[in-house]
Design a protein around this ligand. Structure first.
Ligand code: 15L
Length: 274
């Protein structure tokens, strides 16, 4: 049985994946916060913005599912530490520890500024809708570099919204059920020919904004479709912000006041030599 590391294991996606994959893999769950262990699971507490922690948790695993970091928009310092530095540390530590396979759950917010009347595939240029979306594009770019330069293998899953059921009209297009996202992650761990691939993490939704043929080519057969929930959801839906309604990323596309970045720590003045 393969051992897989799941970073950010206590989050929503991590919790669904741990449950779905428990019978298939030996899971090393990791997070800043402690968690209640389930079957086939060990836990390692880690702060991935520290390289030594990233080295410790990636040692001796067959694949990494890197969920750790901010999973929504956040202040720049938080995104920088958790999503850029954290992602770099995990990919670089995996490389040094000889781990070849990484599944990186990127996000629909990496391409959130595409309009809802467009269908996009895995080849489009990113159009992030937030600092969070930019951090996901960073992860995709870093994975591309590590695949080409070091021969590592990456499945980039641009996740829509993982939930037991879709929660609104927007999610009818981007919803992914826990068992469908687990199927995509399993493809990422097992497919023999992955070098660097981008797929969309959505179920077989009738209203999808994505041409997910790359996922299908790799063997993905979604079991669910958000359309089953459409009549009930649409009956409850209230009109939203007009900018949000135009773009795939929804409210992430609406301009907000950006808080001032925290000041950089003062550098110590070197003593002048006499
Ligand atoms: C994401 O990328 C987030 O991780 C999740 O919390 C949701 O906001 C989701 O996108 C979404 O767009 O619904």
């Amino acid at each position: 049985m393969k051992t897989i590391l799941i970073t950010g294991a206590t989050g929503d996606v991590g919790t669904h994946l741990r449950r779905e994959l428990a019978g298939q893999y030996r899971i090393r769950a990791s997070d800043l916060r402690p968690l209640k262990k389930i079957k086939n699971e060990t836990f390692m507490r880690a702060d991935i913005s520290r390289f030594s922690d990233a080295m410790r948790i990636t040692k001796g695993v067959d694949a990494v599912i890197h969920l750790g970091g901010y999973s929504v928009e956040g202040p720049w310092e938080g995104i920088l530490n958790a999503n850029l530095i954290g992602c770099y540390n995990v990919f670089e530590a995996a490389r040094r520890n000889g781990v070849k396979r990484i599944i990186f759950p990127t996000s629909n917010h990496a391409t959130g500024f595409y309009r809802r009347n467009q269908t996009i595939d895995h080849r489009v240029y990113p159009k992030p809708d937030s600092r969070y979306g930019v951090s996901k594009v960073f992860g995709e770019a870093l994975g591309s570099l590590y695949a080409d330069k070091y021969g590592m293998q990456f499945l980039m899953i641009r996740i829509g919204n993982v939930n037991p059921v879709p929660i609104d009209k927007r999610r009818l297009s981007i919803w992914v059920s826990p068992r469908d996202i687990a199927q995509l992650v399993t493809i990422g761990i097992e497919h023999p020919e992955i070098r660097f691939e981008i797929v969309y993490g959505i179920s077989g939704n009738t209203r999808a904004w994505y041409d997910n043929s790359n996922a299908m080519r790799l063997g993905y057969k979604p079991k669910d479709n958000a359309e089953a929930y459409a009549p009930e959801l649409l009956a409850k839906e209230k009109p939203g912000n007009p900018t949000a309604e135009l773009y795939q990323g929804g409210v992430f596309c609406v301009a907000e006041d950006i808080p001032n970045p925290a000041p950089l720590p003062k550098r110590k003045q070197r003593k002048k030599r006499k």
